[in-house]
Write a protein of this length. Structure first.
Length: 138
């Protein structure tokens, strides 16, 4: 189970909505190998697209500035789907096919319905595995 701090969860939802009409994205912070996302850093979608996202070097630098003093690392990525389910697209799976990203959490916020829906995935070596999510006080 992936535990997400309530403040990080709210920041993800706000950032997803603010990013419309494009997909929004950001980086997840927590202990490497752990199951807690304690912090979220919103980043710009370098693709400026409603169908794809990418995080530029500036996003990783911003996350490092926030996470390093907290003693945590980048452990995943969040992005939004503007009109589809929070399920990884073929593009999402292809982008995750990188040995440096092994074990990363992929959180997707869907804005398809009135209420945003958040789900989490592990995307390793082409496999798509859902990870249950709990929102926690942290």
């Amino acid at each position: 189970m992936l535990r997400i701090a309530r403040s990080a969860h709210l920041d993800m939802i706000r950032h997803a909505i603010a990013g419309l009409p494009n997909e929004a994205c950001g980086l997840l912070g927590g202990p490497v190998g752990g199951d807690l996302i304690s912090s979220f850093v919103p980043t710009r979608n370098a693709d400026q697209s409603a169908k794809t996202y990418s995080i530029g070097a500036d996003g990783f630098l911003a996350a490092d500035r926030v996470f390093a003093p907290l003693g945590i690392d980048v452990v995943g990525v969040m992005h939004s789907h503007t009109h589809t389910d929070p399920y990884p697209s073929p593009t999402d799976v292809q982008q995750a096919d990188n040995p440096l990203l092994l074990g990363w959490h992929y959180v997707i916020v869907s804005l398809r319905d009135r209420e945003p829906m958040l789900r989490s995935w592990l995307l390793d070596d082409g496999a798509i595995v859902e990870v249950p999510v709990a929102i926690v006080e942290a």
